[in-house]
Design a protein around this ligand. Sequence first.
Ligand code: SF4
Length: 153
Amino acid sequence: MGFKYPRNLTFTCSKCGLCCGDAARKKRHILLLESDAQQIAVQTKQQICAFAAETEGKEPYVYEMHKAAETGKCIFLRDNECTIYGARPLICRFYPFELTAAENGDACFGVTFECPGVACLGTPKGGKTLGESHFRTLLKLARDRHKQPSRSH
Ligand code: SF4
């Protein structure tokens, strides 16, 4: 199976909180795998329903994180810091990248330049240059997370 990822990029999280909720022109869905929800429940000692709602038709994601009504931001975001960083969901670990499967089954990483922390190599923004190993690590993480037991209906 092939593996494609964006080249010549640098990335440093600027802790702006943009990816943690709705933005001016974008409604964000913070989707959770079953394993994500279980991990957050353990870390926060809360029932899953306290921080997420079941969702359909977005497999493999089965829950959607609650957001604060007044800000549209994730309920775990405080002063632009994630309060469950160690247990944050896969979709948050991936941002500003997303993984899709090409028709031939290749794993393809895409990037969104809406994230102020990502830049093309050589631009003054600087940041950590992202090579193949970075994306291989993300791919392994996704595979491991998807291998974990799904919700028993
Ligand atoms: S879990 Fe953390 S990183 Fe993910 S959206 Fe919520 S605050 Fe942001």
